[in-house]
Design a protein. Structure first.
Length: 405
């Protein structure tokens, strides 16, 4: 006889320290877990791994997040659990911080029909790992994920072109082209635009290509096609230098894009004019732009010309796209003309176009929090959270968030 839902909830709350711990319980642990199919909280996120993860696994595999099971075992999950996932799961996390041996997805998610799936998070390995199945079998195992509108592909280091997760023979464009409803996309540190004839490094990767580029090179080097780019409303994160592409960013490259994160080097103040120009041209309806200045003074400074230290250089902010509602600056260790956060915000805002609000996150040794400004709506995070919509009222108020990252 099934246990009542309230009893199941009390049992799990008693045996776990928090709701997050409850949600992380493995489905095979006990009878209470097997009968928890009526509790939506437990199945909002489904976490599957390509390899078994245990306390004896190498340290880099022992994550704070727990995995429900191997993806190859999910086809054997109890029917009631599979039904609960169909009804309640909004996010699927697929881990492949793999061992160096081959992996097998098995039947994976074949037959699983998600009714509320919104986001897929993929943890990609830098190891070259071979699938034991054919690309067609692997695609079938993952096909139920391809209706997701949000994809986060988390990279650890540089991924060789033949290290693509579910088969080393599958290129990024072949995999991500399956997500035809894609609206929000995150892969850190890619260049924006690939053009035919461009000289590229062997491991270079790009978000999208120009029209008319060689099909084979596009398939090898890009993640998205132009149709997918035209649907995006959020993109993270573009490598800074790639906005200075030869010939310029094509007009309306991302016609629906409202949020964009740009990170890397160079980020000297004069170069911001190039960044702003490329964003305004390629993203005609952009509303939130995040600029992540990554350098530290302990390394070779990217701002070697000291441009951030001189107040007269801040006139460059007048070139910010006029469609913006919010400009987000995330500053590493810099020499600035003022030390107080509110003074720095006033300096930048004096040059921004009307209607553009400023939100700053900075190291404490770069700017001091003088208590005048509130924290950002996404504090204590450094940047706006992926996929989260913020109220216009929150974005309309300047903010400062100190950080020790």
């Amino acid at each position: 006889m099934s246990l009542p839902t309230d009893v199941i909830t009390r049992i799990l709350e008693y045996s776990c320290d928090s709701p997050h711990d409850v949600a992380a319980r493995r489905h095979c642990l006990n009878r209470a877990w097997l009968e928890a199919y009526e509790a939506p909280l437990f199945w909002r996120t489904l976490r599957l791994s390509t390899h078994p993860v245990s306390e004896t696994s190498p340290y880099y595999l022992r994550d704070v997040q727990k995995w429900h099971c191997k993806i190859s075992a999910w086809s054997r999950a109890p029917a009631k659990l599979r039904r609960a996932v169909e009804l309640h799961t909004c996010e699927v996390v697929l881990d492949n911080k793999m061992y160096n041996d081959a992996f097998c997805l098995g039947r994976g998610l074949v037959g699983q029909e998600f009714t509320r799936l919104k986001r897929v998070r993929l943890f990609l390995s830098l190891f070259t790992v071979r699938s034991q199945q054919s690309p067609d079998d692997d695609e079938a195992a993952l096909r139920p994920l391809f209706d997701a509108e949000e994809v986060q592909a988390m990279r650890f280091g540089v991924i060789p072109q033949n290290a693509w997760n579910y088969s080393p023979t599958v290129k990024p464009s072949q995999f991500f082209s399956k997500f035809r409803r894609l609206r929000r996309f995150e892969v850190s540190g890619l260049s924006l635009l690939f053009g035919e004839g461009d000289h590229v490094e062997p491991q270079a990767q790009f978000f999208v290509a120009r029209d008319g580029d060689d099909a084979d090179r596009v398939a090898s080097l890009t993640y998205l096609d132009r149709e997918q780019a035209g649907q995006l409303v959020e993109l993270e994160s573009v490598y800074t230098q790639s906005l200075a592409v030869p010939g310029g960013v094509p007009a309306g490259l991302f016609p629906c894009l409202k949020r964009l994160t740009v990170a890397g080097n160079p980020m000297s103040l004069p170069f911001l004019e190039v960044i702003f120009g490329g964003v305004a041209t390629g993203c005609p309806v952009i509303e939130m732009l995040t600029l992540w200045h990554e350098n530290t003074l302990w390394d070779d400074p990217l701002d070697a010309d000291g441009s951030w230290a001189h107040a007269e250089n801040y006139s460059v902010f007048a070139h910010a796209p006029r469609t913006l509602k919010a400009l987000v600056l995330v500053l590493g260790e810099l020499r600035l003309p003022v030390k107080e956060a509110s003074s720095f915000v006033s300096l930048v805002k004096a040059h921004l176009p009307g209607g553009v609000q400023l939100h700053v996150t900075a190291r404490s040794n770069t700017l001091e929090n003088d208590g005048v400004l509130p924290e950002s709506p996404w504090a204590p995070g450094l940047v706006p959270e992926f996929g989260v919509c913020y109220d216009d009222a929150d974005l309309a108020q300047a903010s400062f968030t100190g950080s020790e990252w």
